[in-house]
Ligand binder design. Structure first.
Ligand code: BYC
Length: 337
């Protein structure tokens, strides 16, 4: 249901041989041309893209949950309207990304089922709670800031539908990052209690956001292949470093302290050194044992069940339309009556 999967030529159903198709694919990658849905691609490339794009889509949709909780509690009408727009954008990002994944021959039902059954991953970052209004600032500033850092290079990803989806997503993420920074700026220039709230949110989000870029390069199992295929353009560690370098002066402008006593400028490297990352926490969250993993999945499952009637109504409507079109095709004058 709702699939946008494209009918691909069965293997061997082309004029060219397998080797020639493989050479054409390798040449396209070497020349930095885009691979499109109808092009031949190695099975591993297809599977990798389905894994990454669907994990990304799930992250957007699960990512709506911590912020969605704050829509009714935003401190002003303006903040509420902005937050609502941001959460709606994230739903939209999920849809573009599911649609991009569907071009690879997988159905949306299969993808959703993988999320709801716990088989598919989504970003570790959304397994942390958002108990204060400052968390809306920290999520926008840091989580969306990290997302942009990771996603701008994806606009040049070798798979066309993913790369094109990322262009619009990145523009919207940029607005999201600014709205978060703006909340942090208001709080840090507010009362002592408001500034403390902003600092406390930064303290909780910093390390999970640093981990969001994925395992260190030496531990990353997919990086070598995804880089060779032009899916990943910049490594996990390099993106993490760029994010830290960009965020340090922003925290200084806010007058907030990044909770890493080992964070310091290294003039020789031209980058900030940072403290050790607690990878055992990252592994725990990925294994389903983060502070909110169960809550997030339960909320998605509930939403899916509650939305069943919408899917059924859409299917019934589509079936009726199809019957009407068939009847019209059989008796064209009936449609003119
Ligand atoms: N969380 O070999 P590696 C957003 C997994 S949405 C969970 O380095 P890869 C936003 C990885 O999947 C943000 N799992 O993998 C939304 C792999 O496991 P599997 C989402 C993670 O793919 C709403 C294993 O660890 N962004 O920002 O080369 C509101 C080994 O890792 C994580 C995207 O999805 C993690 N953090 O690199 C606000 C971007 N990190 O699959 C904001 C697209 C790693 O073999 N994705 N893993 O079981 C990517 O760029 C890459 O997939 C990653 C990981 C950099 C995440």
């Amino acid at each position: 249901m709702y699939t946008q999967a494209i009918d691909l030529a069965p293997h061997g159903d082309t004029a060219t041989t397998g080797d020639a198709r493989e050479r054409a694919f390798e040449a396209a990658i070497a020349q930095d041309r885009r691979i499109e849905a109808q092009d031949w691609m190695p099975e591993g490339y297809r599977k990798t893209l389905i894994r990454q794009i669907s994990q990304h889509a799930h992250s957007e949709v699960v990512g709506m949950l911590p912020e969605g909780n704050w829509v009714t509690r935003a401190p002003s009408l303006q903040r509420k309207a902005i937050l609502l727009a941001k959460v709606q954008d994230e739903g939209g990002h999920g849809l573009y990304l599911y649609a991009a994944a569907e071009t690879l021959g997988v159905s949306r039902d299969e993808l959703i089922d993988a999320l709801l059954s716990g088989r598919a991953k989504y970003s570790s970052i959304f397994n942390y709670p958002a108990p204060s209004w400052a968390d809306m600032g920290a999520i926008g500033w840091l989580v969306d800031g990290a997302a942009i850092m990771n996603q701008i290079p994806l606009c040049r990803c070798s798979y066309g539908p993913y790369a094109r989806a990322m262009i619009r997503i990145c523009k919207e993420e940029s607005f999201h990052q600014r709205q978060g920074f703006d909340i942090m700026l208001s709080l840090s220039r507010g009362s002592a209690a408001q500034k403390a709230m902003a600092q406390e949110a930064l303290n909780r989000w910093w390390w999970p956001v640093v981990m969001m870029f994925g395992p260190s390069d030496s531990e990353s199992i997919h990086s070598a292949q995804t880089t060779a295929w032009g899916i990943k353009r910049i490594s996990n560690d390099e993106l993490r470093q760029r994010f830290i370098d960009a965020t340090v002066p922003q925290a200084a402008l806010l007058g907030l302290t990044i909770p890493d006593p080992d964070l310091k400028w290294n003039a020789e490297r031209g980058h900030h050194d940072h403290g050790a990352i607690d990878w055992s926490e990252f592994r725990r969250v990925l294994a389903g044992d983060g502070p909110c993993n169960r809550e997030r999945l339960a909320a998605r499952r509930r939403a899916h069940e509650n939305g069943a009637w919408v899917r059924e109504a859409a299917m019934a409507h589509a079936a009726r339309q199809a019957r009407r079109e068939l009847a019209t095709a059989a008796t064209p004058e009936a449609s003119e009556a």
